[in-house]
Each structure stands twice: as structure tokens, then as C-alpha cells.
Ligand binder design. Structure first.
Ligand code: SF4
Length: 459
């Protein structure tokens, strides 16, 4: 008989720690927002609890029911209105994450990501519960094998917080359980029989909700498969429950190098001294850290906000990896943005911040099509001899192709007599068209003296 690996299922306390009311009772009840007034959140007294920094205490004091939510956000009408939402898509909010809410208002990004909304019940027909068709790509239940060399293991259905925008809403939290020993054996047998899989992503749910012993057992079993080169762990713990990144956990993780972690920060308000400390511990253990965020309407669909997030992530040694277009999953339509919004953000970032801080904007395509990068257009035109590209300033540059003698020429002869246009760049008659005034041009003109190579190092 199979034994579940999961050791501790969080107990749900009937008595949530009291917290000062964040919203005035005078506010009219709303079905779409707890309050329309931007009430500054008071410093929660709960943070002085002696076990605040104990991740198990945080897990067992998650806000899980309407009654508990009411203890935090006393808008009775709102709390009652979302009862059917919670019935369909479970709610869990760690006290730590709840403390990041600055205003009880849908304008608050943290509030939106953790507190259910009635809008989750609005499902246009093009949405589905499993738009990526992960279920159809599972040779073993819980193991998604889509790309040739990678496989993703759903190790648990438990998360410390149930993100309202989750792409696995069909799974996450519907039943808080984890992979059994028997299923883990089936998974490792499959991986052994498929040596082309060299990269295994341990995901969920959030795998770091499991006990240290269970995590150790799962990683050890995967690491024993000779063909597995890289293990990746997908976790939102550094964001929603950073106290989970204990020294003991880090010591377990670093036994299984090369091991990477991808986390999931969406907004600068999620970056706190606690989350920075969690990332520091992981990075100091030699674990490369990446960030996969989701583009969410009214949360992070603002180029300046997203720029700030990327800059902060790089400072804490977390590489912005992917920015996902919101999936076509049931229950998240209210978070979706037009694809153009992501392209706008990419256009804004390129040239403004280091490439190290710019994630790849991708659509994880319906029908299991996989991640497809979506970029602003940087190729303006091509010819047999030249490709015309443009940079972030709007400068057009003619890039010559290799000078093979048999390269076909353009049909018309280029002339230097005409004003340069894109065709003249593609023909090679001109090498660039430059905007009249850019910041770089102004800077160049201000220091236009010629610098000899010997001067570069002050010799
Ligand atoms: S932590 Fe990940 S799996 Fe869990 S609810 Fe959030 S997005 Fe979904």
C-alpha cells in the first residue's frame, strides 16, 4: 500500500489571529472590491507573535475560510459574497503575505493576488481548466513530459498561498496532498527508461510546503536517475512564506547540485527584508535563482512598475527569467491583459535596463504548444546582402551579410543620390538612419574629443 510522503498537512485554526480592521464599517459593501477607499494598512500586531518567523506556524495560521478572512478584513458583505468562489477555488493566505497588503483595495497588488474576487466565476468559453493540456502530456500521473529533454513533476497539490491567478487552479489546493512513495517510484522508473530527459522540474503546488524529509527523499530519488543532469525546483516560498527557507532546508537542497530554483515575484511590494534574506541564503548556497512572473492586469501591467521589479530582483541575485502572458485558464479572465501590453513592457525595458534584468515575454500556448517568445519587432527589412535592424532609440542600422561572391544582389542599383530610406539601408547604400537627438547623441557631443587606446586605462 502506498504511503503518502507528505508529513504535515497544515492545520486550519478556527480562530485567526485578530488583526486591526483594515476597512471602515461605513464603507458600502461591494461585490468586486472589499472597499473602494484606500485605507492604509496599520502595522499588524500579529507580527509580534513569538512564532511569526516559524514557517509551520505561518502554515497553520493561513487564512482559509470566509470567517477567518472576516477576522482580517471585516467587510461582511464582501466576505460572504466570495463564499462560492472559495468553494470552487480554495483560498489560503499566510499571515506574512497578508501583512504585505498596504490598502484594502483592488488597487493593491498583493490584495488582488491573494484575496478571492467574484470575477473568478466569470468564464468566457475560450477558457479551460487545463489550457496547456498538461493532463494529456502525462505518461505517469503527475509527470508532465512535453519538451524532449525536460519533464515536470507535480509533487504536491499544496501551496502556502493560493494565488488567485494560478494556472493550475484545477489542482492547487483542491485536495492538499503530496506524491506517494509508489507514484515516486513510477516517476523515477519512467525517467530511467527515458534518458533523453536530463532536466526535471519539481513543481506543484509548491514543493517546499512539504517537510524537509519528504523534499530530501524526492530530490534523492530523482538524483539517482543517472541521466538526470539538472534538477529545478519551482516555488513561491521566497515570496509568500520566506521563513520556509531555513538553514536545514538549504543544506538539503544544496546536496543535489546542479539544482536551480525558479521563484515567482510579480510586484515590487513583494520584496521585503524577509524575502531578500531567503534569496540570499539560497544564492549563497550556490543555487542559481530565476524569476517567473505573470503579467496581471492592474497588478504589474505597468512598464515602470515592472522595471522596478526587475531591478530589485537582479540586486538580490534573482535573474528575471520569464514574463508569462496570463494563461487561458478558468477563473483568471479578470487578470488577463492584451498581448500588446507585454510587448509594450518589453519595448520599454530594452535599452533602459541591462539585458540581465529583462525576462523573456512568452505565451504558454494553448493545446500544449509550449512557451512561445513574443518580442517587439527588431528586424525592419531584409535583402540578400543586408538586414535592416532597429535599436531601442529608433536608430535604423544596415547589417551586412557575409561577403560571399555568389550572394545574389538586389534587383535595382542602390544610389547615394537619393535620401536614405529603409530600401537604401537594405541595399547597403547607407549604413544607418539616426534619430536627430537621443540622450546618447547629446552625451557623445558633450565629450566629442577622440580618445586614444593608450588613454583608456589612464596611461
Ligand atoms: S504558488 Fe504556484 S502553484 Fe501555488 S497557487 Fe501560486 S501559482 Fe499556483
Amino acid at each position: 500500500m502506498s504511503q503518502p510522503l507528505y508529513v504535515e498537512t497544515a492545520e486550519v485554526s478556527d480562530k485567526p489571529p485578530s488583526r486591526q480592521a483594515l476597512v471602515s464599517d461605513d464603507e458600502p459593501p461591494s461585490t468586486t472590491a472589499v472597499a473602494t477607499v484606500a485605507t492604509a494598512a496599520p502595522k499588524p500586531s500579529i507580527q509580534t507573535h513569538s512564532r511569526w518567523n516559524d514557517w509551520r506556524w505561518q502554515m497553520s495560521h493561513r487564512i482559509r475560510s470566509v470567517e477567518q478572512l472576516f477576522g482580517y478584513f471585516p467587510d461582511k458583505a464582501y466576505c460572504q459574497s466570495i463564499e462560492p468562489v472559495i468553494g470552487k477555488y480554495p483560498m489560503a493566505i499566510t499571515p506574512y503575505y497578508a501583512s504585505l497588503i498596504r490598502k484594502v483595495d483592488l488597487a493593491d497588488p498583493v490584495f488582488q493576488m491573494c484575496v478571492p474576487q467574484l470575477d473568478e466565476l466569470y468564464d468566457p468559453p475560450f477558457l479551460s481548466s487545463d489550457p496547456l493540456e498538461e493532463h494529456d502530456d502525462m505518461p505517469v500521473p503527475g509527470l508532465v513530459h512535453r519538451y524532449p529533454d525536460r519533464a515536470l513533476l507535480i509533487a504536491t497539490t499544496t501551496c502556502s498561498m493560493y494565488c488567485r491567478h494560478c494556472t493550475r487552479k484545477r489542482v492547487a489546493g483542491t485536495r492538499e496532498t503530496s506524491i506517494s512513495a509508489r507514484r515516486l517510484e513510477q516517476v523515477t522508473a519512467y525517467l530511467t527508461a527515458h534518458p533523453e530527459v536530463s532536466d526535471v522540474i519539481v513543481s506543484g503546488g509548491d514543493p517546499l510546503t512539504m517537510s524537509d524529509e519528504s523534499i530530501d527523499m524526492i530530490l534523492s530519488a530523482i538524483r539517482k536517475v543517472p541521466s538526470v543532469q539538472i534538477i529545478r525546483v519551482g516555488t513561491r516560498m521566497p515570496v509568500v512564506l520566506p521563513m520556509r527557507i531555513t538553514d536545514n532546508l538549504v543544506n538539503i537542497l544544496k546536496k543535489y547540485h546542479p539544482l536551480w530554483i525558479n521563484t515567482h515575484f510579480n510586484h515590487p511590494n513583494e520584496i521585503t527584508p524577509e524575502s531578500m534574506e531567503a534569496c540570499r541564503k539560497l544564492a549563497d548556497a550556490g543555487i542559481p535563482l530565476g524569476n517567473q512572473s505573470v503579467l496581471l492586469r492592474n497588478v504589474n501591467d505597468n512598464p515602470q512598475v515592472y522595471e522596478q521589479l526587475c531591478r530589485m530582483l537582479v540586486r538580490m541575485r534573482v535573474r528575471p527569467y520569464y514574463l508569462y502572458q496570463c494563461d487561458l485558464v478558468r477563473g483568471v479572465e479578470h487578470f488577463r491583459t492584451p498581448v500588446s501590453k507585454g510587448i509594450e513592457i518589453m519595448e520599454y525595458l530594452r535599452g533602459r535596463v541591462s539585458g540581465l534584468a529583462i525576462p523573456l515575454f512568452v505565451i504558454d500556448a494553448p493545446h500544449g504548444g509550449g512557451k512561445i517568445p513574443v518580442l517587439p519587432n527588431y528586424i525592419v527589412s531584409t535583402s540578400p546582402t543586408h538586414t535592416v535592424i532597429r535599436n531601442f532609440e529608433g536608430m535604423l542600422i544596415s547589417y551586412p551579410e557575409p561577403a560571399h561572391r555568389d550572394t545574389p544582389r538586389m534587383m535595382a542599383e542602390p544610389s547615394h543620390d537619393t535620401a536614405p530610406g529603409v530600401w537604401e539601408l537594405a541595399s547597403g547604400a547607407y549604413s544607418r538612419i539616426q534619430p536627430a537627438r537621443t540622450i546618447r547623441q547629446v552625451r557623445r557631443q558633450a565629450c566629442c574629443h577622440h580618445i586614444e587606446n593608450s588613454e583608456l586605462l589612464g596611461q
